[in-house]
Write a protein that binds this ligand. Structure first.
Ligand code: ADP
Ligand code: ZN
Length: 516
């Protein structure tokens, strides 16, 4: 099976994280790979997904029993045949793993390196038809590092004995460690090394609230006449109408979506590859496998699903390293649509809550008060300095210290038991004595009316920015009632300040309505 449907169906992700796609492709092709990715960057997916793309078994060497157990549990829940051989297993558990191995039922087998010391292990793995080896925390093979695990030295023997490709992963990037990993795990064969930070500095980042969205897109495209670009749209119908509107204003455009015949889609792909200055208006179906280095701009006519999807889609621009422009529009309709899609989906509550958090992260990026690249890379675990290549760096918005306002919101959320939507919280803050407020006795709370001085629309804008900063999260277990996050405690205690954007508040444009 190919990567994209597995990514969605098994892992529930709607896009690759930075760097993942290239690594997945190389590992799935059976290349020897050394990948250096920041912690939290999503290394596991880079061997789990290829393991499902090919037949047979992948052995994963990992030093951490708790982590192995977590991963096996998550994979099993997702319907993947996975198991672990660790010192924590009972006899019965081990017997079951051995049985499943000889029946060739497993796709992923996690194993602590100590296991390799037993003479029975390698012959057993050979009989089990291992197709590939993945090594997590590969720096443990390095004597220079503080995590040296002598048993990791046996991984090289394992590879030699099985004669299968090996993919090694680590977050430790210094050159000595890298050389040692190559020497000890790959036995002198030079693996393909992926050492890429997440940043794509040539891509200019920009967001705008929807305000006559069709004209916003037409103007953006008009200013880039003659350049190849993609406009991502939220619906199939919009790809058609936008292509029409662009063509009408003399910009050659063609629509692309999953509802089209395969042949028609291929025709668009080929035309886009060959023709200069063509615009494709597309749903997310367009992009995987498009290998055009000189896409000069990417616009989003609608807000993407998540920060990962956003990164992946804008990342299609400027692969040649030359400047590329992006513009992402967002509005209340998008947020309602995306929230609805998450809530109505069949995913378990934890995943829904993670999906809401990913959407919040994107909203936070949309309404960022400081450099967007710093926020984007920060989400992926990388630190950066203000980039000078985003609309915020170009034109810093006016900000103000919103700590006190944020504290009022948080305390209203806490005092009402973290079970209400933004509308009710704003009623409490502004002292709006509705039936519901009186029935719940919320007019008796000390926070009742403490925010009378600020109009309702501005409270909405404040709460929206707080959602974006991940100070508040909708809790799917309580029908989307707002709950406070760990980060919010520091704000409540006055240890962290909250900087808010004034332009998004003073206009109180209902650009993005928080869920009520
Ligand atoms: P690492 O091992 O690199 O520290 P993990 O593999 O544990 O990172 O992944 C970190 C987090 O990122 C996990 O919660 C994982 O579910 C999430 N993640 C990984 N890949 C993706 C993706 N493509 N889209 C969304 N979330 C992802
Ligand atoms: Zn910037």
């Amino acid at each position: 099976m190919s990567a994209a449907p597995l990514l969605r169906q098994v892992f529930g992700f709607d896009g690759f994280r930075p760097g993942q796609e290239e690594i997945v492709t190389a590992v799935a092709e059976g290349q020897n790979v050394l990948a250096i990715m920041p912690t939290g960057g999503g290394k596991s997916l880079c061997y789990q997904l290829p393991a499902l793309m090919r037949d047979g078994l992948t052995v994963v060497i990992s030093p951490l029993i708790a982590l192995m157990r977590d991963q096996v549990r998550a994979l099993t829940e997702a319907g993947v045949a996975a198991a672990a051989l660790t010192s924590g297993n009972t006899e019965d558990e081990n017997a079951e793993v051995w049985r499943a191995l000889s029946a060739r039922e497993l796709r992923l087998l996690y194993m602590a390196p100590e296991r390799l010391a037993s003479g029975a292990t390698i012959p057993m793995l050979r009989r089990a038809g291992v197709q590939a080896i993945a090594v997590d925390e590969a720096h443990c093979v390095s004597q220079w590092g503080h995590d040296f695990r002598p048993d990791y030295l046996r991984v090289g023997e394992l590879r030699a004995a099985l004669g299968v490709p090996l993919a090694a992963f680590t977050a430790t990037a210094d050159a000595e460690t890298r050389d040692e990993i190559v020497a000890r795990l790959f036995g002198g064969d030079q693996p393909r090394v992926f050492l890429r930070g997440f940043d794509r500095p040539n891509i200019h980042l920009a967001f705008q609230p929807k305000d006559g969205p069709r004209a916003q897109i037409l103007n953006f495209a008009q200013a880039r006449r003659g350049q190849s670009g993609i406009v991502y749209c939220g619906t199939r119908a919009k790809t058609e109408t936008l292509a029409g509107a662009l063509n009408d204003s003399g910009l050659p455009s063609v629509a692309y979506h999953g509802g089209m015949e395969a042949e028609a889609r291929r025709a668009v792909e080929t035309r886009f590859q060959r023709e200069d200055g063509l615009i494709v208006t597309a749903t997310v179906a367009f992009g995987m496998g498009i290998d055009k280095p000189d896409i000069r701009w990417v616009a989003h006519a609608d807000l993407p699903k998540s920060i990962e999807a956003y990164y992946q889609e804008i990342g299609r621009g400027g692969r040649d390293g030359a400047p590329a422009e992006t513009l992402t529009l967002y509005g209340s309709d998008d947020v309602r649509l995306r929230r609805g899609q998450i809530d109505e989906g069949l995913a378990p509550p934890e995943r829904k809550s993670a999906d809401h958090a990913r959407l919040n992260a994107l909203l936070g990026l949309a309404e960022a008060a400081t450099c967007r690249r710093v926020a984007l890379l920060g989400y992926f675990g990388e630190t950066a300095a203000p980039c000078g290549n985003c609309d915020i760096c170009d034109n810093p918005p006016e900000t103000f210290d919103g700590t006190e306002a944020a504290q009022k919101v948080l305390s209203a959320v806490l005092r009402t038991g973290q079970s209400y939507g933004a509308g009710h919280i704003i009623d409490v803050l502004t002292g709006n004595s509705t039936d519901r407020i009186r029935q719940r006795g919320h007019d008796q709370l000390p926070t009742f009316g403490v925010g009378r001085d600020i109009p309702k629309g501005q409270w909405q804008a404040i709460i929206r920015q707080m959602l974006g900063r991940d100070l508040l999260r909708p809790d799917p277990e309580r029908h989307g009632g707002l709950a406070i996050t760990a980060a919010a405690h520091a704000v409540l205690r006055g240890e962290e300040r909250v900087t808010l954007r004034r332009d998004l508040i003073s206009k109180a444009r209902p650009a993005v309505v928080v869920r009520t």
